[in-house]
Every structure is written in structure tokens, then in C-alpha cells.
Design a protein around this ligand. Structure first.
Ligand SMILES: O=C(O)CCC(=O)C(=O)O
Ligand SMILES: [Fe+2]
Length: 213
């Protein structure tokens, strides 16, 4: 049998959406994709999230790592629910399929070495926020890339607040509105960011981390 060349890629197809993400990450440490998820996919995930919220499955988000949690409302006021890929329902399967595709692409084209991931739903009720922070402040140096996907309604108003602000350098910041279908991905160890106060309505999202070890 003939040996495979070391870097031979079988069935490799360049994906322009993923290539854009890689280029953005290299240039500016973050990337925004506006239609990563279809409106119909967001609709179903949103409905499922609201159902879980009604069933009281969410708990107050804490700071620190999973075993050493401190609830600090002055720092963050959101409620979260960790996702379990093994028990994913139909909507969550669609979510994880797309994320896994992206991860496989990153690993095979950029040798990112992503081995694990963790995702949770997040709800920010009116009046809540998440002060400026770095995601690795949560004692987790394995976090390589942070991912946020918004599950808000189609007609979400920018006046509702809840913007994600990325501090790209001492003097520049980038404001990102939490629009449905939008996927934001950024370097967990490098980019400080903040969720501004939600002024109206409640802000729904899925947040997660791609990890190296
Ligand atoms: O929801 C967002 O836009 C960002 C959330 C965040 O920074 C976090 O959960 O660490
Ligand atoms: Fe964060």
C-alpha cells in the first residue's frame, strides 16, 4: 500500500466563512460572522432556551472556576445553564454540528490543537451586565478561543443595550450588538471585553470556550 504524504488532505474544501474567521483572528484577535446560524435555527434554540428558563433550570452565574465559585452581582448579573452535548436535543445538535465543523477546520488548517469545549446558555435580565474582564481570569489557562452566539429576537433594538464591547487596545474599543445569528469569536487570553447593561427586555445567548488541553 502506498504511504500518504504527511500533509495530504483528503477531500479538503476551503470554506470562505471559516477562512474569514481565521484571517480576522490573525489580524485583530476577534471575528464577527453575521449569519453563522440561520434565522430558523436561532428561533428553535431561542424557544428551547425560554422553555428551560421557565422550568427554572438556570442558576446565577459566578466568577472563579467551576469548583470555586463566588457570586458577585457587581461584576456579572447573568444566569447560566451549562450545555451537555451528549444529551443534546435536535436544536442543540444543529448548534454543535456547526461548531464542531468550525473546530475541525481550525484544527486541520491552523493546527490550533483544540481538544475540548464547553458551552453554556446565558440570560441577562434587564439591569444586568458583565464588567470588563478577560475570560482566562476564571482560572482557566486552557481557554484559547471564546465564542458567543446571540439568541435574541429578530427585531432586537440597539437601544436595548447589552452590547458586547471589545477592548482591542488601550484607546480603541469595538461595540458589537447582540444580534440573532451572529457569532463572535475572540482570543480568550488576549482580549478584554464587557457586556454593557441591558436596558430593556432580556438578552439571550450561548457562550463557550474552545480549549487546548
Ligand atoms: O455575551 C457576551 O457578549 C459575552 C459574555 C462573556 O463575556 C462571558 O460570558 O465571559
Ligand atoms: Fe467574557
Amino acid at each position: 500500500m502506498e504511504k500518504l504524504e504527511l500533509f495530504e488532505q483528503v477531500d479538503f474544501k476551503a470554506n470562505s466563512k471559516y477562512e474569514k474567521i481565521i484571517e480576522d483572528l490573525l489580524l485583530q484577535k476577534y471575528s464577527i460572522t453575521d449569519t453563522f446560524f440561520e434565522a430558523s435555527e436561532i428561533e428553535i434554540l431561542r424557544a428551547a432556551t425560554l422553555r428551560k428558563l421557565e422550568e427554572d433550570q438556570f442558576k446565577k452565574a459566578a466568577i472563579g472556576n467551576r469548583t470555586n465559585e463566588i457570586i458577585a452581582k457587581k461584576i456579572r448579573g447573568d444566569f447560566i445553564l451549562w450545555m451537555d452535548e451528549q444529551k443534546a436535543d435536535a436544536a442543540e445538535k444543529v448548534f454543535f454540528d456547526k461548531i464542531n465543523n468550525l473546530v475541525n477546520y481550525l484544527n486541520s488548517t491552523c493546527f490550533m490543537g483544540i481538544l475540548h469545549k464547553e458551552f453554556h446558555y446565558a440570560v441577562y435580565p434587564k439591569g444586568t451586565f458583565y464588567k470588563r474582564h478577560l475570560d482566562t481570569f476564571q482560572n482557566d489557562s486552557c481557554r484559547k478561543l471564546s465564542i458567543v452566539c446571540y439568541l435574541n429576537e429578530e427585531n432586537w433594538l440597539t437601544s436595548n443595550g447589552g452590547e458586547l464591547v471589545m477592548y482591542t487596545s488601550e484607546s480603541t474599543e469595538k461595540t458589537i450588538y447582540p444580534l440573532p445569528g451572529r457569532l463572535v469569536i475572540f482570543e480568550s487570553q488576549l482580549l478584554e471585553h464587557e457586556v454593557k447593561e441591558v436596558k430593556n427586555d432580556q438578552r439571550l445567548s450561548i457562550t463557550g470556550w474552545l480549549k487546548t488541553r
